[in-house]
Design a protein around this ligand. Structure first.
Ligand code: PNW
Length: 494
């Protein structure tokens, strides 16, 4: 395809890089015709909608030995042979620790209103607890000053999976003391940064670090524990969130506190009252030990019943902390979980007691470069809508949404990621549908600003809207960056 792209079209595209109104230069393409058709009604977002992008410390920073940073479970895991694609590590990643000014200039050029980043716990407390390392926070102060100078509002995640190794050596999230250590670190850090940051998320994707880290062993620390141990450490993880909420409120009065969770995005197979009712039940039950317990302060009856003797041990005080009210809710939405209503023929006791069925993907189901990233734009309509119906969330942010592509840098020096651009356009169209119905989504953070270290997939699976040459650290905007810039400029898709 790229070889048939004419020189003139390239010139137009490169023109689009510099100029604000340049996207129409591509207006003869099929993709733009599709966009016109979809948006003929004018898909504008409410004034003040926060357009952002997200990254995470271990995935972009590099500089793992610099300024007193302690070792984390991802340093250990990625350096263990056979654990990551190609043995890739985050030792250098995007070298954002040194290139943050350039990266913030890129954000400013895009027109970003907001940026979601995470703090590496082991930069602030190299051993997880004990004496803080002032040089660690200095980096975030430098970064935040540059960001604020650029007029971009920071949203800060306090835990995006890079647990200090010292704490893992004492059991990690299996040890209740880790929850307390996290709260201490979170309170300390929020207190120090609250002059510059007004929105804090305790954790990112509790589901992912619990299930991939401790159950199937695909992520750090790479353990495969039994159901009982996983349920108990899941409890300590949500407890860590709850204790951190309390600590942040005490240390940084006035800031807003939430978390970013990847909900199982229950999506009805089609829009009928019975399927929507089934999807609503699934939204609650499939998130039972994550968002549901955090929003309701209790585990669902079905969750506890199914675990039986493997259910976690907990106290009423712990449940109160876990269910503490939040100021906003971040949800990361990637793939749909397709749900149908039950038929009279569904006789299984399991289905009957839960009241919905998960429909498995046929082998022909389309996905992005990451096999798990099945495509279903409707997830970005239903996930915030159903979550809001269940828990009256009031202030929702899509804290992550984006896609991996097998990006190719053309000889002319550009990346035409039409699949990612299509993915984003269609998901954003569905987000617009929800917002226009009054679902209180206040902002959207695209994952990710830059290609970065995609965990166990190393550098192979690129999620950025800017291409990174990992040898030279050169950043190049992809077609999707031009698209996103135009969305921000127009505050919509029309
Ligand atoms: C999220 N899944 O991870 C993380 O928050 C990011 O750090 C990550 O880079 C991004 O999504 C893209 O993967 C996920 O298997 C990892 O369903 C795996 C899954 C979902 C999210």
């Amino acid at each position: 395809m790229n070889s048939t792209f004419s020189r003139r079209s390239f010139a137009q595209l490169l023109g689009a890089t510099a100029g604000a109104a340049a996207i129409p230069a591509l207006g003869t393409g099929a993709a733009d015709a599709q966009m016109t058709a979809q948006t003929s009604g004018g898909l504008h977002f409410p004034q003040g909608f926060l357009w952002g992008s997200a990254t995470a410390s271990y995935q972009v920073e590099g500089a793992v030995h610099e300024d007193g940073r302690g070792q984390t479970i991802w340093d250990t895991f990625s350096h263990t042979p056979g654990k990551t694609h190609n043995g890739d590590t985050g030792d250098v990643a995007d070298d954002h620790y040194h290139l943050y000014k350039e990266d913030i200039a890129i954000m400013k050029g895009l027109g970003l209103k907001t940026y979601r980043f995470s703090v590496a716990w082991a930069r602030v407390f190299p051993e997880g607890t004990g004496a803080p390392n002032p040089k660690g926070l200095d980096f975030y102060h430098r970064m935040l000053d540059t960001l604020l100078d650029a007029g971009i509002e920071p949203y800060c995640t306090l835990y995006h999976w890079d647990l200090p190794q010292t704490l893992q050596d004492k059991g990690g999230w299996e040890n209740r003391d880790t929850a307390k250590a996290f709260a201490d670190y979170a309170g300390y850090t929020a207190g120090k940064l609250s002059g510059k940051v007004k929105h804090f998320m305790t954790m990112n994707e509790i589901r992912t670090f619990v299930e991939l880290g401790y159950s199937n062993g695909m992520h750090a620390p790479g353990l495969k524990l039994n159901e009982k141990r996983v349920a108990q450490l899941n409890h300590y993880a949500v407890l860590g969130h709850g204790m951190a909420v309390q600590a942040i409120r005490a240390a940084a009065p006035g800031v807003k506190v939430g978390l970013a969770e990847n909900v199982a995005a229950a999506t009805p197979v089609f829009d009928s009252p019975a399927h929507v009712e089934a999807a609503t039940k699934a939204m609650r039950e499939e998130n039972a030990s994550y968002l549901t317990v955090i929003r309701e302060g209790k585990y669902t009856d079905l969750y506890l019943k199914r675990l039986g003797a493997n259910a976690p041990k907990f106290t009423p005080e712990e449940m109160k902390l876990i269910g503490a009210p939040l100021d906003f809710q971040g949800i990361n939405v990637y793939q749909p979980l397709w749900i149908r209503a039950l038929n009279p023929e569904d006789s299984s006791e399991t289905l009957r007691e839960q009241g919905y069925a998960i429909v498995p993907d046929p082998s022909s189901y389309p996905h992005m470069f990451s096999p798990w990233l099945t495509i279903g734009p409707e997830a970005l309509y239903w996930a915030p809508k159903l979550a809001n119906q269940l828990w009256d969330l009031k202030e929702i942010y899509i804290t992550e949404n984006g896609a991996s592509s097998a990006d190719v840098m053309t000889p002319e020096g550009t990346v035409l990621d039409i699949d990612r651009t299509m993915f984003l356009r269609n998901y954003l169209t569905q987000l617009h549908r929800g917002v226009s119905e009054g679902v209180p989504v206040k902002g959207y953070f695209l994952w990710s600003l830059l290609d970065n270290y995609e965990w166990a997939d190393g550098y192979e699976k690129r999620f950025g809207i800017h291409y990174v040459d990992f040898k030279t650290q050169k950043r190049t905007p992809k077609l999707s960056a031009h698209f996103y810039k135009s969305v921000i400029e127009k505050n919509g898709l029309a």
